[in-house]
Design a protein around this ligand. Structure first.
Ligand SMILES: [Zn+2]
Length: 556
């Protein structure tokens, strides 16, 4: 029971559909159409979305139009544009700016629009009108769809969650692939009853009262954004704001909470957000979306990392709905959802994996952001304890990175705690906290607003660290065995090696105290080193365990 609770706690954060999609099954044509850059997707680069929707709370339906701007990047002979939109929503009409209509046909969740072969380098714009009853999220955020619920006073409250298997095409027509983000941003316009407020990502640009009991709110981000991060929040919201003085200047912080939460939120949220910004800007560099601001918005589910509009449902209390995934107590001293979901602004939103298979780039690094937060606020020892504590959630059921790309496959939920432990092991093994920090900041600078592969991230770390970590990444990301570190002490000689690992596994073991640094470079072959007395004292099973997710065994 406890174990079950822990698994739920550790794995279910902010990745809707991550586990349910991973039953052992053969991949279908639908998976390929969704997960691959098909010829009908390859010829065009998405440059912007302008999405307008009008949800109807009573009938749980919606109608809308997404105007998709694109440039032609290659002439591959395709005369069709692939747009994804899932049942039971349907496309009603496709038009260009001149009002010309385009024919289309449906193939599963894919809609193929007939469009003449266009000249490379030109750009275009298509408005996709759609309507219907969107899939409802039953267990948001873990399954995707619309949430039509009530707040505690019985008033309408609506939002969407759609990461992972569900995808944004569960509620609006789009190019539903992580590798292509709208380079010039996106706008989201929501038409809602006058009595409700509608929040979107970024900044409120325009409010239009229609005089028929409805008002439209137009929100906009100017930066690239993941499909699944474009999200409506509709309810009885009030706003309070601050200006945070950050690394890159003034950052607008906006809090949108239900009216009856105002006082609680004012007393509680700003401190959590300031601590988050302080520690993450220290470790990762400037918040990646100053232009769009940072918003935190009340939701009925636990939370999600929606870019510059983070969804918050953690009851204004420390922990993860009052629990601590690490079991150390450190997890009860800060708000898990504020910290974790905001961590995604750097890993997930700034740096996005091209393929869902590499999703540890989002969740491994963001899980690790928790450790770095604890380190920054409560000290290094606290960070080490938290990181070791979350290991209890690791299952080693299957690898973090699945073998198949291009089918929207996701790896083990171990991508969270084991990903965080992998990065912490690398930090310790480098024994140069500042260099490690510069690597994290470098990742966010050199891959700024980009989509990447895990391989790019892995190579970047090895190159900047000046050590080939490729076998370490393979071990923890593509294998489930936990390396055994065997060592034997005779006099002041120590003999050591790794077993139960892939050939060539070579994670350095560095142990430190105030006066001494002990550095061993074990491989899968025995090695022997003479140690000084103070170094020998440091080499214990407990010391190794506290710093590394390996299995140390002292041979006596
Ligand atoms: Zn997450």
């Amino acid at each position: 029971m406890k174990h079950q609770l822990l698994l739920t706690l550790v794995f279910s954060v902010c990745t809707a559909g991550i586990l349910q999609a991973q039953n052992q099954r053969a991949f279908t044509k639908t998976d390929s159409l969704r997960g691959t850059i098909t010829p009908e997707r390859a010829w065009w680069n998405l440059t912007r979305y302008d999405l307008e929707v009008q949800p109807d709370y009573l009938t749980k339906t919606l109608k809308g139009v997404n105007t998709i701007s694109y440039t032609v990047v290659e002439n591959n002979g395709s005369t069709k544009m692939q747009i994804d939109l899932k049942d039971p929503l349907k496309i009603d009409e496709v038009k260009d700016a001149a009002g010309k209509k385009y024919s289309f046909k449906k193939e599963g969740s894919v809609w193929l629009i007939d469009i003449a072969d266009q000249k490379k380098g030109t750009s275009g714009k298509l408005s996709i009108h759609y309507s219907g009853t969107p899939h409802e999220a039953i267990r948001a955020p873990w399954d995707g769809g619309w949430t039509f619920t009530k707040d505690s006073l019985g008033r309408p409250w609506m939002t969407v969650t759609c990461q992972g298997g569900a995808g944004a095409s569960i509620w609006y027509p789009c190019k539903d692939h992580q590798s292509d983000e709208p380079d010039k941003g996106a706008s989201l316009t929501m038409r809602v009853p006058d009595t409700l407020m509608a929040i979107g990502n970024g900044r409120l640009k325009k409010t239009t009262k229609h005089g028929d009991g409805t008002t439209s709110y137009r929100w906009e981000v100017i930066n690239p954004i993941n499909n699944y991060n474009i999200i409506p929040y509709i309810g009885k919201y009030i706003n309070f704001k601050e200006v945070y003085q950050g690394e890159k200047g003034k950052l607008d912080l906006n809090y949108w909470v239900l009216d009856y939460n105002e006082q609680k939120a004012k007393n509680y949220l700003p401190k959590e957000v300031h601590n988050t910004m302080k520690s993450f800007e220290y470790w990762f560099g400037p918040y990646p979306f100053y232009e769009d601001g940072y918003q935190l918005i009340d939701v009925p589910h636990t939370g999600m990392e929606h870019q510059s509009a983070v969804a918050y449902g953690n009851w204004y209390q420390p922990g993860y709905r009052k629990r601590d995934g690490s079991g150390t107590g450190w997890g009860l001293k800060w708000d898990f959802i504020v910290i974790h979901e905001s961590g995604h602004e750097w890993f997930g939103n700034n740096i996005t994996s091209k393929d869902l298979a590499d999703m540890w780039v989002h969740e491994g690094f963001t899980n690790y952001s928790e450790t770095l937060f604890v380190d920054y606020i409560f000290g290094e020892q606290a960070g080490n304890e938290y990181n070791a504590g979350i290991r209890r959630g690791i299952r080693n059921d299957k690898p973090i990175i699945p073998t198949t790309y291009g089918v929207n496959a996701q790896g083990s939920g171990d991508m969270y705690p084991k990903g965080g432990n992998l990065l912490h092991a690398i930090k310790h093994s480098m024994n140069d906290s500042e260099k490690f920090r510069q690597i994290l900041r470098g990742l966010n600078k050199d891959f700024y607003h980009q989509t990447v592969t895990s391989a790019q991230v892995e190579n970047y770390i090895s190159e900047k660290a000046g050590f080939d970590y490729s076998k370490v990444f393979d071990q923890y990301l593509r294998n489930t065995a936990i390396p055994k570190f065997e060592f034997e002490v005779k006099g002041n000689t120590v003999r050591y090696r790794y077993t139960n690992c892939i050939p060539g596994f070579n994670l350095p073991v560095v142990l430190t105290n105030n006066t001494t640094v002990l550095k061993l470079l074990p491989t899968d072959e025995w090695a022997t080193t003479e140690l000084k007395a103070n170094e020998l004292l440091m080499l214990t099973v407990e010391a190794v365990k506290s710093m590394y997710y390996i299995d140390p065994v002292q041979i006596k």
